[in-house]
Design a binder for this molecule. Structure first.
Ligand SMILES: *Cc1c(COP(=O)(O)O)cnc(C)c1O
Length: 380
């Protein structure tokens, strides 16, 4: 099955009791047993839910894995992945990453004895140098947030394999339409499905995909023990969003290319970060491991003026000033004060995240209107 067919059909069958073509929302907390221990595979709503099952099967197929596991948010999913680690274990992560992921590792799991290092993985000799016997997990975001740096997943997996560390790729920015980390050797794929996968800014959802049986068993155990599960209504909304993932990504990527070109040629704009530019660092790796360059674009103004950046951020019409990304509508954001405020300023500056950096999530509107909107805001 090809991707565009999988989004519609993988794991999805008409309801057996009614023929309903759409997956029903099984809004139930428990299931009737015929005699003690005799049931249809469903016992309790935290443990199993048929709407959630369909979503889990579908995402597993989209990521070319064998098992999907759904959580109430991207962070809940990451929290459950962190529970694979023991006190004394170390996680090495990319240094340019979602602020909440940094916060979880640094301010919560450090207290439980999980060690961490945040490193630049655009040059993997740093990872080769830092990885050690206690490193049990490598956390990779690529493209990174918000600098859109590209990390060579296949090479990370080769280095990790020599040390027996699990590789987990946060694939939120690429979506399964553009990048499948399991095919490149990753053990775990993580998604904030709140973003491109659900795609309509109306649901918060986390998804994890793995290939290996024992890893899946451990994660289903954690999912049930912890209980950070999504409700059936949210599973339904995510399944509904997925049906157009390929169409939305195509349009959003086309729009992002046009917007990035416009910004690059604008006299008031300084650096533009977009993996599709041939001079973007590691562009050739992006071209190799992704099927498109994504729909996120970050940029700075020529003089790095925070005041002028604030004017741009407050003067767009179609780009809404908001956190998040990956919805049908375009968003504009200020990472330093919004998504990345929980990362200390000196850490942020190390990755190039200046106080004036602007991040765009390009939606599926008409590209001409988006460009006009930015032109007006830049003039303001
Ligand atoms: C939003 C986001 C998260 C967190 O996911 P939630 O669904 O908001 O909990 C994690 N990683 C990345 C890259 C994100 O963009």
């Amino acid at each position: 099955m090809k991707f565009g067919t999988k989004v519609i059909h993988a794991g999805i069958k008409p309801d057996q009791s009614t023929g309903a073509i759409m997956t029903p929302i099984f809004q139930t907390s428990t299931y009737v047993q015929t005699r003690p221990g005799e049931h249809l595979g469903y016992e309790y709503g935290r443990t199993q839910n048929p709407t959630r099952d369909v979503l889990q099967k579908n995402i597993a197929a989209l990521e070319n894995g064998n098992y999907g596991i759904a959580f109430s948010s991207g962070m809940a999913a990451m929290d459950s992945l962190m529970k694979l680690l023991e006190p004394g274990d170390e996680i090495i992560s990319t240094n340019d990453l979602y602020g909440g992921s940094y916060r979880l590792i640094k301010t919560l799991y450090e207290r439980y004895g999980i060690k961490s290092q945040f490193i630049d993985m655009t040059d993997l000799s740093v990872l080769e140098e830092k990885i050690n016997d206690s490193t049990k997990m490598i956390w990779v975001e690529t493209p990174t947030n918000p600098m859109l740096s590209i990390i060579d997943i296949e090479r990370v997996c080769r280095i990790a394999a020599m040390h027996g560390a699990l590789v987990c790729v946060d694939n939120t920015f690429a979506s399964p339409y553009l990048q499948n980390p399991i095919d490149l050797g990753a053990d775990i794929v993580h998604h904030s499905a709140t973003k491109y996968i659900a795609g309509h800014s109306d649901v918060v959802m986390g998804l994890v995909v793995v290939k290996e049986d024992t890893l899946a068993d451990r994660l289903y155990y954690i999912q049930n023990a912890v209980g950070a599960i999504p409700g059936p209504q949210d599973c339904f909304l995510t399944l509904r969003g997925i049906k157009t993932l390929h169409l939305r990504m195509e349009r959003a990527c086309d729009n992002a290319y046009k917007v990035a070109q416009f910004l690059k040629n604008h006299s008031m704009v300084g650096k533009v970060f977009y993996p599709g530019f041939s001079d973007h660092p590691n562009h050739e790796i992006a071209a190799k491991q992704m099927r498109g360059f994504g729909a996120m674009v970050s940029f700075d103004l020529v003089d790095n003026s925070v005041e002028k950046a604030n004017k741009v951020l407050s003067n767009t019409r179609f780009f809404s000033l908001a956190e998040s990304l990956g919805g049908v509508e375009s968003l504009i954001g200020h990472p330093a004060s919004m998504t990345h405020a929980s990362i200390p300023r000196e850490e942020r500056l190390k990755t190039g995240l200046t106080d004036s950096l602007i991040r765009l999530s390009i939606g599926v509107e008409d590209a001409d209107d988006l460009i006009d909107d930015l032109e007006t805001a830049l003039k303001s």
